[in-house]
Design a protein around this ligand. Sequence first.
Ligand SMILES: Nc1ncnc2c1ncn2[C@@H]1O[C@H](COP(=O)(O)OP(=O)(O)OP(=O)(O)O)[C@@H](O)[C@H]1O
Length: 247
Amino acid sequence: MALIEVSGVHVRFGDRVVLESIDLTVPEGEFHGLMGPNGAGKTTFFNVLTGRVKPSRGSIRFDGEDVTGLSSHRIAAKGVARSFQIMTLFDEFSARENVMVGLPGFRARGFDMHHAAAGDRGFAEKASEILVTVGLADKGDTRAKDLSYGDRRALEIAVALGQGPRVLCLDEPTSGLGSDGVQRLATLVGRLKGKLTIVAIEHDMEFLFSLADCISVIHWGQVVARGAPHELQQNEWVKRSNLGRFA
Ligand SMILES: Nc1ncnc2c1ncn2[C@@H]1O[C@H](COP(=O)(O)OP(=O)(O)OP(=O)(O)O)[C@@H](O)[C@H]1O
């Protein structure tokens, strides 16, 4: 049984059909890439997967359970974490505090940062451990606004990891990064690969083809091609679009 099973997902905004019918399965532990032209509906699909948009038809099953139409909060509680295309950090908080705010136990007791920082070392230690995982061990006390763009991206992933997710959804993780930043991110994602299930929307084909186990191409609101990177290279649609040139 696949961890994520999406069947016939259809989304329209008013008269505009954005997703015609999306079918997708992702086994546990897979790195699944989503690619496709601008406006193809990739982010809308992520919004459906993470509960921000309700599909008008179709179903989403997570670990065998029908989660179609559940709120984003409830889907997150089931183990689906998301890092956004637009950064969503608290600029005035330190890197460690940003991770602490995202920890489920911390949220349960409210957003009392100063109390937690002074009174409960457990949250700070957990956050520090996660910062080590993403390569920010020495940046725990740095305010988010003073971090480099690449460090902020790593911190966003750390915040998502703080939820202890089974699935990590990354929306264009390389966007805005220079080549060094992309390389660093590839190393980080490569380390996470296999430890949890990753679904990533990405325009950087070199990044995606080097890391993904399987890639789905979304176009016209459907999955028009799907396969391992070397299989996609042979796909006629991908060849015509030149999307698979790095495979
Ligand atoms: N809430 C909404 N209301 C109306 N139209 C929307 C809404 N959200 C998205 N759209 C439209 O749906 C289409 C698909 O958008 P989406 O952001 O999902 O594409 P995408 O494949 O992620 O694009 P990109 O690669 O540029 O990020 C776009 O034309 C967008 O304008």
